[in-house]
Write a protein that binds this ligand. Structure first.
Ligand code: NAD
Length: 260
C-alpha cells in the first residue's frame, strides 16, 4: 500500500478520472474525500469505496464557491485528522470557436479550472502546513496544458494556466515539504469526452468516427485512448514520491500525442 493512511481530497471525483483515482487511492490505503457538486453523487461514490473495503467520505463542493471549499476541506480534516494530498481535478469542456464564444462561457471555464484550483490549493495548503507533515498537490492538466486545439480557447488557456500555478506552489510549498505537479492526460473516454464528440463533429463538419480517429487520436503513437487507470497510476506515483526532487513538473500521459 503506497498511500497508507494518507488523507486525499479529490475534486470532481463522482465521475470519470477523479472517480478512478479515488478507487485506486483507497486500494493503496488512502482515506479518500470525494468532493463534487452534488452531495448525493459524492456520497454514493464514497459508499461504493467503503463497500469495496476502503475508507471514504463525500462532501458537497462547488470548487468555484469559496465557502463550500473552505467547509469541505475543514470537514475532511475534522473527520480524517489532516490533509496530505489534493487532487484538483474538477473540470468541464465547452466547444466553441473564439468568434462565437460568450463571455459567460469564458468566465465559467476559467472559474472552474482556475478559481477552483486556487481555492482548493489555498485551503489544503493551509491544512498541510498546520499538520506539519508536508503534502502533495496534483493538478489535472491536459495535453492541452502544452498543445492547442481549435474550438477550445478557454480550456487550453486554463490548462496552460495550471502549469504556472503548480510551479509557484512548488516554490512556495518547498519549505513545508509540499510538492506540486500536473498530470496531463490525452483523451480519456469519460462523460466529458463523450459529450464533445458530437459537438466537435458539428464544428469540424465531419463524422463522429472521424472525430475520434482524425482529431482525438490522430497524433498518438498507436491510435489508443488513455484510460482512467493510466491516469490513476500516475497520480499514485506522484503522491507516493518520497522527496522534493519531483516538484513543479508536468507528466504527459497520452500515448505519445504530445512529447515535450
Ligand atoms: P467527468 O465529466 O467524467 O467528471 C468531471 C467531474 O467534475 C464531474 O463529477 C462533475 O460533477 C465535476 N464538476 C464539474 N464542475 C464542478 C465544480 N464546479 N465543482 C466540483 N465538481 C465539479 O470528466 P473527466 O473526463 O473525468 O475530467 C476530469 C478532469 O480531467 C478535468 O479537469 C478534465 O479537464 C481533465 N481531463 C480530461 C481528459 C479526458 O479526455 N477525459 C483529458 C485531459 C484532462
Amino acid at each position: 500500500m503506497l498511500l497508507k493512511d494518507k488523507v486525499a481530497l479529490i475534486t470532481g471525483s463522482a465521475s470519470g478520472i477523479g472517480k478512478e483515482i479515488a478507487f485506486e487511492y483507497a486500494r493503496q490505503g488512502a482515506k479518500v474525500v470525494i468532493a463534487d457538486l452534488a452531495l448525493e453523487a459524492a456520497s454514493a461514490t464514497a459508499n461504493d469505496i467503503i463497500k469495496a473495503g476502503g475508507t471514504a467520505m463525500g462532501v458537497a463542493m462547488d470548487v468555484t464557491n469559496e465557502a463550500q471549499v473552505e467547509k469541505g476541506v475543514a470537514d475532511a480534516v475534522k473527520a480524517f485528522g489532516g490533509m496530505d494530498i489534493l487532487i484538483s481535478n474538477a473540470g468541464i469542456q465547452i466547444i466553441s470557436p473564439v468568434v462565437d464564444l460568450t463571455l459567460d462561457n469564458w468566465k465559467k471555464m476559467l472559474a472552474i479550472h482556475m478559481d477552483g484550483a486556487f481555492l482548493t490549493t489555498r485551503a489544503c495548503m493551509r491544512a498541510m502546513i498546520a499538520g506539519g507533515k508536508g503534502g502533495s498537490v496534483i493538478y489535472m492538466g491536459s495535453v492541452h496544458s502544452h498543445e492547442a486545439s481549435p474550438f477550445k480557447a478557454p480550456y487550453v488557456a486554463a490548462k496552460h494556466g495550471l502549469l504556472g500555478l503548480a510551479k509557484v506552489v512548488a516554490k512556495e510549498g518547498a519549505k513545508n515539504q509540499i510538492r506540486s505537479n500536473v498530470i496531463c492526460p490525452g483523451f480519456v473516454r469519460t462523460p466529458l469526452v463523450d459529450k464533445q464528440i458530437p459537438e466537435q463533429a458539428k464544428e469540424f463538419g465531419i463524422s463522429e468516427e472521424d472525430v475520434i480517429k482524425k482529431v482525438m487520436l490522430k497524433d498518438t503513437v498507436d491510435g489508443e485512448f488513455t484510460t482512467t487507470q493510466d491516469v490513476a497510476q500516475t497520480a499514485v506515483f506522484l503522491a507516493a514520491f518520497p522527496t522534493n526532487a519531483l516538484t513543479g513538473q508536468s507528466i504527459i500521459v497520452s500515448h505519445g500525442w504530445s512529447m515535450q
